[in-house]
Design a protein around this ligand. Structure first.
Ligand code: CMP
Length: 143
Protein backbone atom coordinates (compact mmCIF):
# COMPACT_ATOMS: atom_id res chain seq x y z
CA UNK A 1 0.00 0.00 0.00
CA UNK A 2 1.40 3.42 -0.98
CA UNK A 3 2.35 5.71 1.89
CA UNK A 4 3.16 9.40 2.11
CA UNK A 5 4.53 11.82 4.65
CA UNK A 6 2.34 14.85 5.39
CA UNK A 7 3.14 17.57 7.91
CA UNK A 8 0.98 20.41 9.18
CA UNK A 9 3.51 23.22 9.46
CA UNK A 10 3.81 25.59 12.47
CA UNK A 11 1.39 28.11 10.89
CA UNK A 12 -1.27 25.42 10.39
CA UNK A 13 -0.86 24.14 13.97
CA UNK A 14 -1.07 27.65 15.45
CA UNK A 15 -4.18 28.42 13.42
CA UNK A 16 -5.90 25.28 14.75
CA UNK A 17 -6.13 23.66 11.31
CA UNK A 18 -4.97 20.14 12.34
CA UNK A 19 -8.54 18.84 12.71
CA UNK A 20 -9.74 20.23 9.39
CA UNK A 21 -6.71 18.88 7.54
CA UNK A 22 -6.92 15.39 9.12
CA UNK A 23 -10.63 15.33 8.38
CA UNK A 24 -10.10 16.01 4.68
CA UNK A 25 -7.80 13.02 4.28
CA UNK A 26 -10.03 10.79 6.42
CA UNK A 27 -13.13 11.71 4.40
CA UNK A 28 -11.27 11.14 1.15
CA UNK A 29 -10.75 7.54 2.26
CA UNK A 30 -7.08 7.43 3.21
CA UNK A 31 -5.85 5.71 6.37
CA UNK A 32 -3.78 7.44 9.03
CA UNK A 33 -0.99 5.07 10.02
CA UNK A 34 1.08 7.37 12.24
CA UNK A 35 0.83 10.86 13.74
CA UNK A 36 2.52 13.03 16.35
CA UNK A 37 2.76 16.64 17.46
CA UNK A 38 6.45 17.47 17.69
CA UNK A 39 9.10 20.13 17.56
CA UNK A 40 11.56 19.78 14.67
CA UNK A 41 15.24 20.20 15.51
CA UNK A 42 17.50 22.29 13.26
CA UNK A 43 19.39 19.12 12.19
CA UNK A 44 16.16 17.31 11.27
CA UNK A 45 14.86 20.36 9.38
CA UNK A 46 18.11 20.60 7.41
CA UNK A 47 17.96 16.89 6.58
CA UNK A 48 14.30 17.05 5.56
CA UNK A 49 14.84 20.08 3.30
CA UNK A 50 18.33 19.04 2.06
CA UNK A 51 17.31 19.37 -1.60
CA UNK A 52 16.69 23.12 -1.02
CA UNK A 53 20.09 23.72 0.64
CA UNK A 54 21.34 26.03 -2.12
CA UNK A 55 18.13 28.06 -2.39
CA UNK A 56 18.17 31.63 -1.05
CA UNK A 57 15.21 30.87 1.20
CA UNK A 58 16.79 27.78 2.86
CA UNK A 59 17.62 29.57 6.13
CA UNK A 60 14.16 31.07 6.33
CA UNK A 61 12.62 27.65 5.62
CA UNK A 62 14.59 25.96 8.41
CA UNK A 63 13.85 28.82 10.85
CA UNK A 64 10.15 28.59 10.09
CA UNK A 65 9.77 24.81 10.38
CA UNK A 66 11.63 24.86 13.72
CA UNK A 67 9.65 27.87 15.05
CA UNK A 68 6.86 25.86 16.71
CA UNK A 69 5.24 22.43 16.80
CA UNK A 70 4.36 20.59 13.61
CA UNK A 71 1.88 17.73 13.22
CA UNK A 72 3.73 14.92 11.47
CA UNK A 73 1.65 12.22 9.78
CA UNK A 74 1.94 9.13 7.63
CA UNK A 75 -1.07 8.30 5.45
CA UNK A 76 -1.65 5.32 3.22
CA UNK A 77 -3.94 4.47 0.30
CA UNK A 78 -4.03 4.04 -3.44
CA UNK A 79 -2.17 6.91 -5.17
CA UNK A 80 -1.99 8.75 -1.84
CA UNK A 81 1.20 10.65 -2.80
CA UNK A 82 -0.21 12.37 -5.89
CA UNK A 83 -3.75 12.70 -4.54
CA UNK A 84 -2.59 14.30 -1.29
CA UNK A 85 -0.61 16.85 -3.32
CA UNK A 86 -3.72 17.65 -5.37
CA UNK A 87 -5.66 18.11 -2.14
CA UNK A 88 -2.90 20.38 -0.77
CA UNK A 89 -2.89 22.62 -3.86
CA UNK A 90 0.01 24.48 -5.49
CA UNK A 91 3.09 25.21 -3.33
CA UNK A 92 2.42 28.93 -3.57
CA UNK A 93 -1.01 29.55 -2.03
CA UNK A 94 -1.60 32.40 -4.50
CA UNK A 95 -1.72 29.75 -7.25
CA UNK A 96 -3.65 27.15 -5.23
CA UNK A 97 -7.25 26.61 -6.24
CA UNK A 98 -10.11 27.18 -3.79
CA UNK A 99 -11.08 23.84 -2.30
CA UNK A 100 -7.47 22.83 -1.77
CA UNK A 101 -5.83 23.18 1.66
CA UNK A 102 -3.43 25.95 0.59
CA UNK A 103 -6.11 27.57 -1.58
CA UNK A 104 -8.50 27.73 1.36
CA UNK A 105 -6.10 28.64 4.16
CA UNK A 106 -2.79 30.00 2.85
CA UNK A 107 -1.53 33.35 1.58
CA UNK A 108 2.28 33.24 1.33
CA UNK A 109 4.69 30.60 -0.06
CA UNK A 110 6.78 30.52 3.11
CA UNK A 111 3.78 29.87 5.36
CA UNK A 112 1.90 27.42 3.18
CA UNK A 113 0.26 25.34 5.94
CA UNK A 114 1.26 21.82 4.91
CA UNK A 115 4.09 19.75 3.44
CA UNK A 116 3.58 16.56 1.44
CA UNK A 117 6.07 14.16 -0.16
CA UNK A 118 6.38 14.62 -3.93
CA UNK A 119 7.45 11.09 -4.98
CA UNK A 120 7.70 7.52 -3.63
CA UNK A 121 11.42 8.10 -2.99
CA UNK A 122 10.75 11.31 -1.02
CA UNK A 123 7.95 9.61 0.91
CA UNK A 124 10.21 6.76 2.01
CA UNK A 125 13.01 9.15 2.93
CA UNK A 126 10.77 11.60 4.82
CA UNK A 127 8.83 8.90 6.70
CA UNK A 128 12.21 7.54 7.82
CA UNK A 129 13.33 10.96 9.07
CA UNK A 130 10.24 11.57 11.20
CA UNK A 131 9.02 8.11 12.28
CA UNK A 132 10.41 4.89 13.69
CA UNK A 133 8.91 1.73 12.17
CA UNK A 134 7.25 0.83 15.49
CA UNK A 135 5.37 4.17 15.51
CA UNK A 136 3.44 3.14 12.38
CA UNK A 137 0.24 1.10 12.60
CA UNK A 138 -0.89 -1.89 10.57
CA UNK A 139 -4.54 -2.11 9.53
CA UNK A 140 -6.39 -5.36 9.04
CA UNK A 141 -6.24 -6.41 5.39
CA UNK A 142 -10.03 -6.96 5.38
CA UNK A 143 -10.74 -3.23 5.84
P1 CMP B 1 7.30 22.51 1.00
O1 CMP B 1 6.34 21.69 0.20
O2 CMP B 1 7.35 22.26 2.47
O3 CMP B 1 8.75 22.31 0.39
C1 CMP B 1 9.70 23.34 0.32
C2 CMP B 1 9.19 24.62 0.86
O4 CMP B 1 9.95 25.75 0.53
C3 CMP B 1 7.83 24.92 0.26
O5 CMP B 1 6.89 24.03 0.79
C4 CMP B 1 7.64 26.37 0.62
O6 CMP B 1 7.02 26.55 1.86
C5 CMP B 1 9.08 26.85 0.72
N1 CMP B 1 9.38 27.86 -0.29
C6 CMP B 1 9.37 27.70 -1.61
N2 CMP B 1 9.69 28.86 -2.23
C7 CMP B 1 9.93 29.77 -1.24
C8 CMP B 1 10.30 31.12 -1.22
N3 CMP B 1 10.51 31.80 -2.36
N4 CMP B 1 10.44 31.73 -0.02
C9 CMP B 1 10.25 31.03 1.13
N5 CMP B 1 9.90 29.73 1.17
C10 CMP B 1 9.74 29.12 0.00
Amino acid sequence: MERTYLMVKPDGVQRNLIGDIVSRFEKKGFQLVGAKLMNVSKATAEEHYAEHKERPFFGELVDFITSGPVFAMVWQGENVIATARQMMGATNPKDALPGTIRGDFGVTVGKNIIHGSDSPESAQREIGIFFKEEELTEYSKSM
